[in-house]
Design a protein around this ligand. Structure first.
Ligand code: GLU
Length: 413
C-alpha cells in the first residue's frame, strides 16, 4: 500500500470546496503553498556524553487572518510532508471557528519515550534556540501536539524569554497554569469534540446510551472517553498504539486510564476482549472517534466501517478516497478542522489572557468555548445542506471564504 502524502490529501480536500464555492483563483493558487518552511538541526549532548543531532521543522503556512498558530509534534515518523499538512489544516481550522489566527506547525523527528528527562529538556530548548526569531506572540505561536506536554511548552517559553530578555507568555500556549496557562486547555480538544458530538446527536437523533469507539488513548482520546461517558454515552472500545479492548456493556474510562498508566497500554484490561488497532475501526457502534494519527481510515477499510458517524479528533485520519466511500455509504464525517478545533480555540483564549495578564475561571473558559463550537458546527451543517456536499467540504467552504476575504483585503500578490 503506497503511503498517502497527507499534504496532497489536504490540497485535494480544498480543491473540492474551491470548485463548489468558486474560490477566487488567485487565493486558491496562494493556498497551494506555505509561506515559509523552516528546516533545522538540533544537537543534543546525550546523558552518555555522545552528541546526537535531531531534525526539526516549522512550517508557517498562512497568516492572512493573524499570526501563525499550531502545535509541535515529537514523533519518530514525522517529516516535512506531515508538518506541512498539519500547518495547512491549522490554517483552515482557525478559520472555521473564526479565531483571528493563521496556520503553522512544528515537529521533531524523535521518539521521546527513548529520551531521559534532561535530554528532552535540552531538545526542547535547542528547538527554541533555533527558532527564537521566527516565533513570538505577534508572529507564530506554538503549542502542544502528539507527544508534547505543558512541561515542554514551559522549557520552550523559558528559553525564548531568556534569549529575548523579557516576559512573553503569549509566545506559546498549552503552558502549565503556574506560568500563564489557561484553565481548561488540558482537555479542551476533547471538550470541543464533545460539544460538536452533542450537536451532531441532535441532527442524527441519537439516543441516550449511544455507543462510541475511540482509536487513540492519549490526551484527546482519554478525555473524550471520560467526558462522553459523563454525558451518558457508552464507550465500548478503545485502543492505543499497542492494541485495543472492547466490551459491548461499556468500559470505565477512568479505570482504563489507570490500567494504561500501570501497564503502558489499554490492552489486557480486565473484563474486556483484546482487539487490534485495525479492528477497532470496524467495531459496530454509533460513533467512531479516531484520536491518534493520520491516514488510518483508508480506501482499504472504509467499506468495512459500520457506524453512523465519525468525529475526527485526530488531524487527517481519513484519506480522500475513504471520504468518498463513506459519503456514498451515508456515514457523516465531522472533519478534524471542526471536530478538534476546541484545542486551538482555548489556546487562543490562553493568549488573550496572557496579553491582558488577567485570568479566567474554568467556567468562564467553557462558557466562551461552547458557543464557538456550537455555532461553528451549525454553520458547517447549514453549508453542507446548501451545497449538498459532505461535511468536510462544507467546513472548507466556510473557512476558505474567511481566508479569501482576508487575503483579498490585504492584497494578493
Ligand atoms: N495541536 C493542536 C491541534 O492540532 C493544538 C494547536 C494549538 O493549540 O495551537 O489543533
Amino acid at each position: 500500500m503506497a503511503k498517502v502524502n497527507p499534504f496532497k490529501s489536504g490540497l485535494q480536500q480544498l480543491n473540492k470546496a474551491a470548485e463548489l464555492m468558486e474560490l477566487d483563483p488567485a487565493v486558491h493558487e496562494r493556498l497551494q503553498f506555505p509561506k515559509r518552511e523552516i528546516h533545522i538541526s538540533i544537537p543534543v549532548r546525550m546523558d552518555d556524553g555522545s552528541v546526537k543531532v535531531f531534525e526539526g521543522y516549522r512550517v508557517q503556512y498562512d497568516d492572512s487572518r493573524g499570526p501563525y498558530k499550531g502545535g509541535i509534534r515529537f514523533h519518530p515518523a514525522t517529516d516535512i510532508h506531515e508538518v506541512k499538512a498539519l500547518s495547512f489544516w491549522m490554517t483552515f481550522k482557525c478559520a472555521v471557528v473564526g479565531i483571528p489566527l493563521g496556520g503553522g506547525k512544528g515537529g521533531i523527528k524523535v521518539d521521546p519515550k527513548k529520551l531521559s528527562e534532561t535530554e528532552l529538556e535540552k531538545l526542547a530548548r535547542g528547538f527554541m534556540r533555533r527558532l527564537a526569531n521566527d516565533v513570538g506572540p505577534e508572529k507564530d505561536i506554538p503549542a502542544p501536539d502528539v507527544y508534547t506536554t505543558p512541561q515542554i511548552m514551559a522549557w520552550m517559553m523559558d528559553e525564548y524569554e531568556q534569549i529575548h530578555a523579557k516576559h512573553a507568555p503569549g509566545m506559546i500556549t498549552g503552558k502549565p497554569l503556574s506560568i500563564g496557562g489557561s484553565e481548561g486547555r488540558g482537555y479542551s480538544t476533547a471538550q470541543g469534540g464533545v460539544y460538536v458530538t452533542l450537536e451532531l446527536a441532535k441532527q442524527l437523533k441519537l439516543k441516550k446510551g449511544a455507543t462510541v469507539a475511540i482509536q487513540g488513548y492519549g490526551n484527546a482520546g482519554a478525555y473524550m472517553a471520560k467526558i462522553l461517558t459523563k454525558k451518558g454515552y457508552k464507550v465500548i472500545a478503545v485502543s492505543d498504539s499497542r492494541g485495543g479492548v472492547v466490551n459491548e456493556k461499556g468500559l470505565d474510562p477512568v479505570e482504563i486510564e489507570k490500567h494504561k498508566q500501570e501497564t503502558g497500554s489499554v490492552s489486557d484490561f480486565p473484563g474486556a476482549k483484546n482487539i487490534t488497532n485495525e479492528q477497532i475501526l470496524t467495531t459496530k457502534c454509533d460513533i467512531l472517534v479516531p484520536a491518534a494519527l493520520e491516514n488510518v481510515i483508508t480506501k482499504e477499510n472504509a467499506g468495512k466501517i459500520k457506524v453512523r458517524a465519525i468525529v475526527e479528533l485526530a488531524n487527517g485520519p481519513t484519506t480522500p478516497e475513504a471520504d468518498e466511500k463513506l459519503f456514498r455509504k451515508g456515514i457523516v464525517v465531522v472533519p478534524d478542522i471542526l471536530a478538534n478545533a476546541g484545542g486551538v480555540t482555548v489556546s487562543y483564549f490562553e493568549q488573550v489572557q496572557n496579553s491582558y495578564n488577567y485570568y479566567w475561571t474554568e467556567k468562564e473558559v467553557l462558557q466562551k468555548l461552547e458557543p464557538i463550537m456550537v455555532s461553528s458546527f451549525n454553520s458547517v451543517w447549514d453549508t453542507m445542506d446548501r451545497y449538498g456536499c459532505d461535511m468536510r467540504t462544507a467546513a472548507y467552504i466556510v473557512a476558505a471564504k474567511r481566508i479569501e476575504e482576508a487575503m483579498l483585503a490585504r492584497g494578493i500578490a
